[in-house]
Design a protein around this ligand. Structure first.
Ligand SMILES: Cc1cc2nc3c(=O)[nH]c(=O)nc-3n(C[C@H](O)[C@H](O)[C@H](O)COP(=O)(O)O)c2cc1C
Length: 339
């Protein structure tokens, strides 16, 4: 083992022990993409895969967990969206399968969710978009946090990864494992965040074009062609609308989303739609649009959720090769620290 590899292993030891994986790299859950094949490929490669439950029913999640277990005997987790109307049933399904790690995404967990997950014996990981919320989540008993910057693909917050990492890691990284996500395309960045105190990292965009990913060939081709500046955040047309920005490759679907917002705003004006229902409609829109692109291959009208690291995705290759490259880059960056 080289000095760099040894340093990398040491810096990832805490995160890897928490996850039960060889290395502290998570493949972030991606709706429609992160199903059994990608999840098992990630865990089999020594990282940590996450099933994206998204809008799945409890029965579908049950089948997906069973399907994943058939493909890997290594640990993997499940990502649940807090606003899912059947959250309690989904937690029960995870518990029945003995899932070891549940990630709660999409806002602060509703009352009782953390306790319900912990009662199954699983560890809970939450997203912390700001320091104050991180402290609140720590008080509520969360086991680990992900801090994700606006460079990421999918739903994003307003602050960049580099700023979140500087602001939050010195305050919370000693208390619990913190995984940094958003905009990571190469191992040098992984080494950097580990040096800053991160227990590990989470990447999404970089893994979309893994050979094992079931994303439609058109979806993968769009990723391979795109550069960083093509991955843009959605705009909010009406300040009243509770729209969480989404980062995706610019296409005709970008305009369709603007039209959808106008339609929803019109329904609020006419009194036919309440605000909470409006938010749900927008989220359903995204789920449908992403499915259209990932599953059906409609890269014009569907949503091509992608992070700014998309420019560093240059070909389709086995997931184990992508992970190996990232780790080698991280190790060689750490090796250079000795000089
Ligand atoms: C196509 C796509 C779909 C995503 N879907 C979800 C999701 O359903 N739930 C979630 O918590 N995060 C989702 N994400 C975010 C990823 O889990 C991950 O945190 C993010 O991709 C990390 O940033 P990066 O894209 O810069 O690597 C998605 C990202 C992408 C690119």
């Amino acid at each position: 083992m080289s000095i760099g590899e040894e340093r990398l292993q040491r810096r990832m030891a805490r995160g890897a022990a928490f996850l039960g994986s060889e290395v502290a790299v998570l493949c972030g859950a991606m709706s429609w993409v992160s199903e059994r094949n990608l999840v098992a490929a990630m865990s089999n490669a020594g990282g940590f895969g996450l099933i994206a439950c998204g809008a799945m029913t409890p029965d579908l999640l049950d089948a997906e967990i069973a399907g994943t277990t058939a493909l890997t005997d290594r640990p993997f987790g499940v990502n649940l969206i807090t606003m899912h109307p059947q959250l309690t049933d989904l937690i029960e399904v995870c518990g029945r399968h003995g899932v070891g790690h549940v990630v709660l995404a999409g806002g602060l967990p509703p009352k009782g969710a953390l306790e319900a997950i912990k009662a199954t014996g699983a560890k809970v990981i939450c997203f912390a978009p700001a320091l104050s919320l991180a402290k609140k989540l720590i008080r509520s008993g969360v086991d680990a946090l992900v801090i994700e910057g606006m460079e990421a693909g999918g739903h994003i917050g307003p602050v960049s990864t580099s700023v979140l990492a500087q602001e939050m890691l010195p305050e919370i990284a000693e208390t619990l494992p913190v995984f940094v996500a958003g905009g990571i395309g190469r191992g040098e960045a992984i080494a950097g965040y580990l040096d800053m105190g991160a227990a590990g990292v989470q990447l999404g965009t970089r893994f979309v074009c893994a050979t094992e990913s079931i994303a439609h060939p058109n979806f993968k081709r769009a990723f391979i062609r795109a550069s960083a500046r093509d991955a843009v955040a959605s705009v909010q047309v009406d300040p009243r609308l509770p729209v969480i920005p989404v980062r995706a490759l610019k296409n005709a679907g970008t305009e369709l989303f603007t039209a959808k917002q106008r339609e929803v705003a019109g329904s609020i004006d006419s009194g036919s739609l309440a605000m909470a229902e409006a938010q749900l409609q927008i989220e359903h829109y995204w789920a449908g649009a992403l499915r259209r692109a990932v599953v059906d291959g409609d890269v014009e009208h569907g949503s091509l959720m992608a992070g700014q690291s998309v420019g560093m995705v240059t070909r389709e290759e086995p997931l184990a090769d992508i992970l190996r490259t990232l780790l080698a880059e991280a190790a060689s960056a750490l090796e250079a620290r000795a000089a």
